[in-house]
Write a protein that binds this ligand. Structure first.
Ligand code: NAD
Length: 480
């Protein structure tokens, strides 16, 4: 019998009304555990506890708060090997990627531990003689964090850490596909000495508990990372209560390989950007635009490398590409491959379901060529190990194609020209730009977010997070 794992509500571990099976996508016979599913009653209890806790969290002495976050960060970093193995086992990304993600999660807590002490505000004279003005940041109160499965530790940590650092109470609804990582992270946070209700874990379905949380008037701010479709629903629900929202959504990112690019550098970046995490990244390089002058050589070299990628169990050290997250995701990917095969584009390699030693959700990474930007698979986020090449005639055409999409998280260019790199940096309609670097892979101490349908609200990460997790109060005072 598998172990069962509970929700953390009002400072206690609480049984679920039901439990959800969590199986490894690398091997569906590997039952990781049974995870509690919260009910509406649990949600109400959690909200009540969060409201009470928010009255305390705002006044936790700064060094106590700082120490709590630093303790969480240290434990995550020191247990990155063990917890990264758990993350890879349930999510399917190769072991090295899972372990790096847990380490990164710890770095967010470490970074925001220090941010606790920054405490920036303004103190200035009024235009009215004898009057002084102070503007300071105050916590929002109760913050709901709703996170996706593809970076189950990192996305949650880059929200929970600043939310706690700035004195809020947090209710976290993680994705149903990755409850083991969520539970492990919650267990660490539960030992940090925060008041009961300051941090709560509510595992449960998105459509029920996620929706109820997003619609609840008792929530003061919602930070969400997930798909554009769910983001729209959350925005609509939050609008009813005028709740502050921050949405980080999907994207259809492009890499532009110019005629003067270092092709070896571009090749490694496309491989990592398109196929790491089985392409299930908001920063995935799914559109690869290659200048006519270097197209044939580059595409031939890339196809050879893609075909040679080793697909396997996430915990096998030889694995370069793990399974995709679920049977449903695999079926959707294979359906896209059928559409692609039926189009004018050409599948150079991959795109087939694979039967391996273990019964998991495996497919061979696909590279598609001779595609056009108006083809549906170049417009919709596939969230799959599938990338499509388009041939471009010039840099000018290339950047126009980069921007011809309704999302805008990240864009990359490979070029030796400073002038082009600078032009690209200024004119790419994305929140993040990479020059001679992959689309995937960002730092934790600088703002992160997109444009167009990829983001809504204040930026995440780094010092930018203060904008979302606090509200400014302006005080006018006169002595006597
Ligand atoms: P998803 O939208 O299906 O789910 C995200 C979260 O929302 C989950 O916790 C889910 O249970 C919950 N949810 C589902 N329906 C809900 C509802 N009606 N109300 C409230 N919550 C609900 O996304 P996913 O499949 O978990 O993640 C993949 C998506 O996330 C991709 O589109 C990817 O691009 C995006 N993503 C974006 C970023 C970023 O920073 N921009 C980072 C990682 C992932």
């Amino acid at each position: 019998m598998a172990n069962s794992f509970d929700n953390f509500i009002a400072g206690e571990w609480i049984n679920g009304e039901s439990y959800l099976e969590n199986r490894s996508p690398s091997d569906t016979s590997d039952l990781i555990g049974l995870y509690a599913q919260a009910s509406r009653k649990h949600l109400e209890t959690a909200l009540q506890a969060a409201r009470e806790a928010a009255k305390l969290t705002r006044d936790i002495p700064l060094e106590t708060r700082q120490n709590a976050l630093a303790q969480i960060g240290r434990e995550l970093v020191s247990r990155a090997g063990e917890l990264g193995t758990l993350l890879s086992r349930e999510e399917g990304k190769p072991l090295a990627e899972g372990q790096a993600e847990v380490k990164r999660a710890g770095q967010f807590f470490d970074y925001y531990a220090a941010e606790v002490l920054r405490q920036e505000g303004i103190a200035i004279d009024s235009v009215r003689p004898g009057v002084e003005i102070e503007a300071r940041h105050e916590p929002m109160g109760v913050v709901a964090v709703i996170s996706p499965w593809n970076f189950p530790a990192a996305t949650a940590s880059w929200k929970i850490a600043p939310a706690l650092a700035f004195g809020n109470a947090v209710i976290w609804k993680p994705a149903s596909q990755t409850p083991a990582t969520a539970h492990a992270l919650a267990e660490i946070i539960s030992r940090a000495g925060l008041p009961a209700g300051a941090f709560q874990l509510l595992m449960g379905s998105g459509g029920e508990i996620g929706d109820a949380l997003a619609s609840h008037a008792g929530v003061n701010a919602i930070s969400f990372t997930g798909s554009v479709a769910t983001g729209r629903r959350i925005a609509a629900a939050a609008a009813q209560n005028l709740t502050r929202i921050q949405l980080e959504l999907g994207s259809k990112n492009a890499v532009l390989v110019a005629d003067d690019a270092d092709l070896s550098l571009a090749l490694e970046a496309c491989l990592a950007g398109a196929y790491s995490g089985s392409g299930q990244k908001c920063t995935a390089s799914s559109r690869i635009l290659v200048d006519r002058a270097v197209h044939d050589e580059f595409v031939a070299r890339l196809a050879e490398r893609v075909a040679a990628l080793r697909v396997g169990h996430a915990l096998d050290k030889e694995t370069q590409v793990g399974p995709v997250v679920s049977a449903g995701q695999l079926a959707a990917n294979l359906a896209w491959m059928e559409k692609i095969r039926a189009s004018d584009a050409k599948v150079l390699c991959g795109g087939d379901a694979l039967k391996l030693k273990h019964d998991g959700h495996y497919m061979s990474p696909a590279l598609v060529a001779e595609s056009r930007n108006d083809m549906d698979f170049n417009r919709e986020e596939l969230f799959a190990p599938i990338a499509a090449v388009q041939k471009t005639d010039s840099y000018e055409e290339g950047i126009a194609v980069v921007n011809d999409t309704d999302t805008g998280l990240v864009a990359a260019i490979f070029t030796a020209s400073l002038a082009r790199a600078r032009h690209f940096q200024r004119h790419a309609e994305t929140g993040c730009v990479s020059v001679n670097l992959p689309t995937a892979g960002t730092d934790y101490h600088v703002p992160f977010g997109g444009r167009k349908n990829s983001s809504l609200g204040a930026r995440e990460q780094g010092r930018a997070a203060v904008q979302f997790y606090t509200q400014t109060k302006t005080t006018y005072s006169r002595a006597g």
